[in-house]
Design a binder for this molecule. Sequence first.
Ligand SMILES: Nc1nc(=O)n([C@H]2C[C@H](O)[C@@H](COP(=O)(O)O)O2)cc1CO
Ligand SMILES: [Zn+2]
Length: 182
Amino acid sequence: MATAFLAAKRSKDPCSQVGACIVNENNVIVGTGYNGMPKGCDDDEFPWAKKSKNALENKYLYVCHAEVNAILNKNSADVKNCTLFVALFPCNECAKVIIQSGIKEVVYISDKHAHKTHTIASKRMLNAAGISYRQFIPRQKQIVIDFSEINWNEMNQLPSTPVKDINAHTQKEKLKEEDQGK
Ligand SMILES: Nc1nc(=O)n([C@H]2C[C@H](O)[C@@H](COP(=O)(O)O)O2)cc1CO
Ligand SMILES: [Zn+2]
């Protein structure tokens, strides 16, 4: 799921950055994706608006959802029996592609559009197709990516800035727990 969230960071959608990550039966990542305009449709030229009276000036007719991009980006022959990790519950259009692609499980974090028709239709199709879905409850609220970590051993010291300390602390706690056989 963290990989899905990392992929989301690449999205140019100013409102909702959504990421998806597909893993195979051995939990190996076979595809990632995020919501964005189709290839050749410049992210800076196509509209990101949501509420223009002219539907052609809103993003919805153009944007490719994270789930579909992750499936299309797969580096394996297919995604049969794979699990899709995605930040938001898939819409009806993505559900169709998920079903047709052979993905067998969807793991999501937020179902904030549960009341909307596209989610209700999505669940109806996923249920009918026998695709399971479950909510992911993260054990930790955040993971900090610290590029300087790679030099820790070399420097033979722990980082000193507050952001780095979050990682240092987590790392130290983890090592302590491992030592204690937890
Ligand atoms: N499961 C999803 N995957 C996605 O990639 N998206 C994308 C489509 C839009 O770019 C954005 C939703 O825009 P907004 O209505 O929250 O401003 O997130 C949305 C959903 C929700 O169904
Ligand atoms: Zn969708």
